[in-house]
Design a protein around this ligand. Sequence first.
Ligand code: GLU
Length: 472
Amino acid sequence: MTPPAPSQPAPDAPVVTRFAPSPTGYLHIGGARTALFNWLYARGRGGRFLLRIEDTDRARSTPEATAAILEGLTWLGLDWDGEPISQAGRADRHAEVAREMLAAGTAYPCYTPADEIAAWREAHPNQVFQSPWRDADPATRPDAPYAIRLRAPREGVTVIHDAVQGDVTFRNDQLDDMILLRSDGTPTYMHAVVVDDHDMGVTHIIRGDDHLTNAARQAQVYAANGWALPVFAHIPLIHGTDGKKLSKRHGAVGLHEFAAMGYPPAAMRNYLARLGWSHGDDELFSDAEAQAWFDLDGIGKAPARLDFKKLEHVSSHHIAQMDDAALLAEIAAFRQATGAPALTPRQTERLTPALGVLKAKARTLPQLMEQAHFALVDRPVARDDKAQAGLDAVSDGILPELTAALQHVNWNRDDLEAAAQRIAEAHGVGLGKIAAGLRAALAGRSSTPSVFDMMLALGREESLARLADAAS
Ligand code: GLU
């Protein structure tokens, strides 16, 4: 038989993509990237992005895992169209198609019991099982349970015209007549996928290249039914920094772990889009740009490597260019997710004027919050040991003098700096020594944003009150 016709969707057909996770755990970073690619492809073309939960493995699929996947996608900002579809809930439809294929002769009943096939396979490790029932006279069929098998082509080849991998050829004599419906009436996963993708009108299947071999078998089911084949794009899996397949060994692999590290979703979208896809030299981009640019041609054939340095770079860019309202919302979501109390109105009021300074330096949200400590604490400000040492070094009159001087300056950076400079010179000490005392008084810590930035954000009254607290 000739390979299934590469009948692909008409170029102007509306694009429909899907993400089809098996709910057996958390959302892996690789799965998140697959979802993102499908989302970008559909959203950039006015198409639809569907979600199908492949929960046919009842023993391994859990509602908690499904919830975790939906939560992960939601966190990442990938919205899907319509309700998520449960594959298990469509078992009747899968069986119906198998029976239609049986009636049409593109499938046949196989009465060989599973244990017999297993024993045969064990005795013939390198051979493809061929059911004796394929060409048996229908009159000889017993009245017994049977599996429905695809009548797959025996000769020739099946070619997958993959948008990433190019043409991939499979010899048909290496592929057995796969089971569509087991003798207990349950559909096989491979059959269910094809029926679902067909019924959902999926035009483009973008998924990990660990499914490439499946594509050959799936293409045979499309061909047997005379259904148009979707475009396949099998993307290389993500590797760790050492070039080996990403695993727990490399550290974080769950999307939730990246969320907990405080990378904003917009940064993760940008970073994951670049993981295996490129648009010239563009590293930093918005969703609108990614949607406009994303194309299957830009997906690389070589596995991309996870690179935390790059991720931090992308993250700092996105944090820096977020407007204050968006950043505050991001901070609120992060605090909620990590169990930190919501910011009080007073904290938000002190934090807001500092955001410009903070966001220019932070690579992650926890880093930003660390530097924002001075804006979150209330008086009297508790000091750590290092800060206390810095304070002790200026308690011999320097700090009280500075506090007095600051009562009268205009509350702007130049005048604040000039006042600190004057006192430093008068006492023959460096500005650093004075700054250490100010940090201790204002933030109770030794690592903070610039003391002038803190004073400007806190305002005259609060700053002077903190200095007075420290001097007393
Ligand atoms: N459920 C499969 C997985 O989680 C994906 C199948 C597909 O995309 O066709 O790997």
